[in-house]
Design a protein around this ligand. Structure first.
Ligand SMILES: *[C@@H]1O[C@H](CO)[C@@H](O)[C@H](O)[C@H]1NC(C)=O
Ligand SMILES: *[C@@H]1O[C@H](CO)[C@@H](O)[C@H](O)[C@H]1NC(C)=O
Ligand SMILES: *[C@@H]1O[C@H](CO)[C@@H](O)[C@H](O)[C@H]1NC(C)=O
Ligand SMILES: *[C@@H]1O[C@H](CO)[C@@H](O)[C@H](O)[C@H]1NC(C)=O
Length: 502
């Protein structure tokens, strides 16, 4: 029913991109804005972006991909006593730099929070945001699953009751170099990025970080992330599997991956996006039909008919005015910090990006975090411009998901069902494309008597789960459901069906 697949790309770029321009103010650049730029570039076909399948480059990996440097004594130096404006907590926090390339002078910034209880037995969980070019500190740590969120005064913090460090020791990384506090002393290196560079840097970081925190070397290890981290997470996992096979390299105890509202396969992401807009009454059927009829969606098409342009304009006018990343959410109208913190409500504050930017740009906060020790000449931003010059991005990561299933890794794919950017229909179409057979048929899953979402488990083993009422950043919008999801993922237990009393 949904007709020409490629149309969605074009529509999507044109309208989503414009909606971003309408919403973003000044220097705050959002994770999804960069994703849309990249998708637009890939769709044009002549962008020079390498879209071949991801694999570890043997030549590179042998020669110079990573070096393990001495890390003795550095862990204690990274301990964060207290962040400015934080409430009292009963867990340890660490932050600092790990050098990943001495000759280029490249170092990545990490923030690590241990669990308040059972930290010795709980797993190690890595979290990535996407972009490409966006910071896991900006989103994951400070707005989604981290232990704190920033008040509207931009200088004090409050607890996130549903922080994931209740279930794991959680590691946030700003990568690749050039994102957030992570830097390169070689000018050219912070001006472009790519999937391969990111995977190599993430791996080099990880083996060095484990040297700094040796008690985690043998710990069960999981990798999680959202959005464009649908590329980063599988690519790092693939790189780990590759290096684990080497006789004398470090062995990382990778057990599984989990990705949410993730970019998985350009074609199916595209089809699903279009379906979502039509089925959620954001665009009229007439407009959708007009597009199907008049737009030329072949890759590399350079001009469009007047009828097509009109339809696209019509789509834009409908979408510009909402937050496409959480279609029922309020917008941010007032980006000015308040003298006193606004009262915290269960609804996620759409202006949070601004509070986090203000907080992380404070000198006292950077000092406490052990960040920006080289006095970078630019401000900290949630997303860096390197995402605008992306060199490689495969069309699909499905072969990697298959590889993990074949290697016995746990693979979970979740989706907040009110995201119109990488919507649930896209994720379902991507899983459909894998042609898996069903192990546990579709059923609602529950948190405290309410439907948390719906789930289906496939043989092999892959679990799909929706998170009901959550936008693109699932833990921001539905923190309790997100925590339940990660608890079940980490323990390898199925999402709960209704109790028999029900
Ligand atoms: C692998 O890396 C080497 C050295 O950097 C490079 O010359 C070669 O083109 C790369 N191959 C691929 C397939 O990317
Ligand atoms: C980058 O340069 C600064 C200033 O020279 C230096 O202090 C820092 O150690 C360098 N970073 C790395 C990772 O080499
Ligand atoms: C890249 O690094 C150079 C030199 O360190 C700096 O002047 C420039 O502002 C950086 N650019 C970005 C986009 O981070
Ligand atoms: C680093 O610190 C300098 C001042 O010492 C400040 O001007 C700059 O904005 C900071 N940059 C980042 C990325 O935190």
């Amino acid at each position: 029913m949904m007709g020409n697949k490629s149309c969605c790309w074009l529509v999507f770029f044109l309208f989503i991109f414009s909606s971003f321009v309408a919403q973003s103010h000044g220097k705050v650049r959002k994770q999804t804005e960069l994703l849309n730029l990249l998708q637009k570039a890939k769709m044009q076909g002549n962008s020079g972006i390498d879209t071949s399948l991801f694999e570890v480059n043997e030549t590179e990996s042998e020669a110079e991909s990573y070096k393990i440097l001495p890390q003795k004594g550095m862990k204690e130096k990274d301990r964060i006593e207290r962040l400015p404006g934080q409430p009292h907590v009963g867990f340890s926090q660490y932050g600092g730099y790990v050098t990943i390339d001495e000759s280029k002078g490249e170092a990545l910034y990490y923030y690590f929070v241990e669990a308040p209880t059972s930290r010795e037995s709980l797993p190690l969980l890595f979290w990535f945001n996407g972009g490409p070019g966006c910071s896991s500190l900006a989103y994951g740590a400070m707005q989604e699953l981290g232990p704190f969120r920033v008040h509207s005064d931009g200088k004090t913090l409050y607890r996130n009751q549903y922080a994931w460090n209740k279930a794991a020791n959680v590691l946030f990384l700003e990568s690749p170099a050039g994102v957030g506090f992570s830097y390169s002393n070689t000018t050219s290196d912070n001006q472009s990025g790519g999937d391969r560079k990111t995977a190599n840097e993430n791996y080099a970081f990880l083996v060095n970080w484990l040297e700094r925190f040796p008690e985690y070397k043998k710990r069960d290890f999981y990798i999680s992330g959202e959005s464009y981290a649908g590329h980063y997470v599988p690519q790092l996992a693939h790189t780990i599997l590759h290096h684990n096979k080497k006789a004398n390299g470090p062995i990382i105890n990778l057990k599984g991956i989990i990705i949410g509202n993730a970019v998985i396969d350009d074609e199916t992401d595209d089809i699903g996006r279009y379906q979502y807009l039509g089925s959620h009454a954001l665009v009229s059927e007439k407009t959708i039909h007009q597009m199907e009829k008049h737009c030329n969606f072949s890759p590399g098409a350079t001009s469009q008919s007047k009828e097509c342009t009109e339809a696209v304009d019509e789509v834009n006018s409908n979408i510009d005015v909402i937050d496409i990343y959480n279609i029922y959410a309020p917008l941010c109208f007032d980006t000015i910090l308040t003298a006193k913190p606004k009262k915290v409500t269960p609804e996620f504050d759409p202006c949070s990006d601004y509070y986090v930017s203000a907080y992380l740009n404070r000198a006292d906060v950077q000092k406490a975090l052990h960040a920006n020790v080289t006095k970078l000449k630019y401000e900290w931003r949630p997303c860096s411009d390197i995402g605008k010059k992306w060199t490689d991005s495969p069309l699909t990561i499905i072969p990697l998901l298959r590889e993990f299933m074949a290697n016995g890794l746990r693979v979970w794919v979740f989706s907040g069902d009110t995201d119109g950017d990488v919507p649930v229909t896209s994720t379902m179409a991507s899983i459909d494309k894998m042609r898996l057979s069903v192990k546990t048929p579709w059923h609602p899953w529950f948190v405290a008597g309410e439907v948390g979402g719906y789930t289906e488990v496939y043989k092999g083993d892959l679990t799909f789960a929706t998170v009901r009422g959550a936008g693109h950043q699932v833990p921001s919008f539905r923190p309790k459901r997100a925590l339940s999801l990660i608890v079940h993922f980490l323990s390898g237990t199925p999402l709960p069906k209704p109790s028999s009393k029900h």
